[in-house]
Design a protein around this ligand. Sequence first.
Ligand code: SF4
Ligand code: ZN
Length: 313
Amino acid sequence: MAVSCSKCSGDAVVYLPYGNENLCKKHFVDSFEKRVRRTAREFRMIGKGDRVGVAVSGGKDSVSMLYLLKDICDSMRVELVALSVDEGIEGYREGTLKVAKENCRKLGVEHRILSFKREIGITVDEIAKKKDRMRTCSYCGVFRRWILNKTAREMGLTKLAVGHNLDDAAQTVLMNFLRNEPFRLARFGPSGGIIEHEFFVDRIKPLIRIPERESAVYSIIRGMNIKFGRCPYAHEAFRNEVRVFLNEVEEGFPGTKFRVFNSFMSVRDVLREKFSSNETPIKCKECGELSSNEVCMRCKMLRDLRGEKGKCL
Ligand code: SF4
Ligand code: ZN
């Protein structure tokens, strides 16, 4: 027998265990959109005069965010531009980029594709073949952030929206504890970071309170064109182990991911105060982007890749 929606007599399509609520399509979509808008307002993510960039990979989170930001930006008369990064992952990225492109075209949002090969000189597939000490995702994350920040700034964007959901946020909090990296944790959050500088484009995360499962349900209910699937290197990442652990705990103790994130938010100000740096960031002597050291992480990693195997770059 069909279960009824907790808010009306319609058939429920989703159960939210942390709230012990069953919701029909309409009430789930309403609740989802309301929560994203509330998060965007609470952390003042978008304001008049902003020019917003949205990072769109073609997955459920980024495409759901693209649709929601299109509505929010249109209602505020704020410009929205989509950016996708082609890391060079054969058999995976081509499909997601196609989906990103189609969704942007459908919504009439300008779309730019940035490539690792063009901007950095090496693809993720090439990095993976080098069998370096570090996991592929460590390089990929640093290079992607570097490309997105540089491009967003050069385009005059004032905000860069990324599709991090609640699962990503809870994983990040736990990972930083497990690695004893309070400085990094202090920089984390729904928007901005510790360092404010004209060279850094503020990152915003409107989906930060949305469980991953719900953004998948939302994209399906809204009939969005989405590419499901995982990057072939995802299993290598430390994050993956934390993800599996958190999913298991969530299964037995619904609401765990919210509690991890909320615990972090309740001590965030203290962390920021304790670990904020008075040092003014300097420009990397190799690429000119901001760095806390003479040479930024992107350039150090490139040196490392060059040094270990010679002349791939
Ligand atoms: Fe890059 Fe790792 Fe994400 Fe794949 S899973 S896109 S390698 S960060
Ligand atoms: Zn550099």
